[in-house]
Design a protein around this ligand. Sequence first.
Ligand code: 13P
Length: 336
Amino acid sequence: MSLNTLEEIAEYIVSDGKGILAADESNPTCGKRFDSIGVESTESNRRDYREMLFRSSGMKDNIGGVILFDETIRQNAQDGTPLIELIKNQGALPGIKVDKGLAPLDSSPEETLTQGLDGLDERCKEYFTLGAKFTKWRAVIKISDDIPTDACIQANMEALARYAKIVQENNMVPMVEPEVLMDGNHSIERCYEVTSKSLNTLFKCLKDQGVNIAGTILKPNMVTSGSTAEAQASIQEVAEMTVQCLKENVPSDLPGITFLSGGQSDVNATAHLDAMNKIGGFSWKLSFSYGRALQQPSLKAWLGKEENVPQAQEALSHRALMNKLAANGAWNLDLE
Ligand code: 13P
């Protein structure tokens, strides 16, 4: 696999319906996931869990990239093989989360601005040497009656664009993630409005910074009802409104759009992706970059026990295959 340019790397990750396994939970977030199954979040337990995922047979052909956290890109498997070698052996490219998390926004402290531009160039140089081919930066936009503010959207999208430029100068593909959170009781129309404004601002900022769009991957939220809204939009409505929102805002030379799952159930995240690909009529690949929606069944099956590893790997393999089928518009509920 010789991938020399940013365009080739980006296209490879989403080729043939492949998607991304997001396994870049920070240690505190991994701790929360492990709490739910009664496992202590130690460095070796985190290693064992991720080794189990990366050795799953269903990684092959279905997963084109894996996003790692700083700790994981430096870890070895129990037999001493670097974890990133396990990923490469499965035909997937290693990626790395490079942002430093969220801090309150000065002008509106209930909102956040993603941190991490300081020292980013140096960190990128090291990650490139360690074998990373792509990177991720997550901006968070919250919805309630009087937010998001324009200042929040502008500051976060400017940071995403500066990040993307620095990453490309270091020969890695930037994944830009402007996540509009599902939290709240807002309507799907309100999610559409905020997502549309965020994407529109993002692509203006990327253009201003001279970012190569053909060497970039977008990781957006889907356009959905707020998670606590009484009226929940149907699978078909989510698919139609998401595709429309993307068509309005995303340039056609972007190679791939890989959604976050954002708290959707595993099967809903697959059903939405499938419905969008059945609609079709767009130039980018529409695929997945799921964390919870890929890992949850596997985590539940694992429970930190060696004897559960085969079932846990089967659970991840199944979700990876279901989502690859969905990225080709070839999934249906009977396959579950
Ligand atoms: P979820 O799919 O669990 O939302 O995680 C994806 C991710 O990487 C969020 O940054």
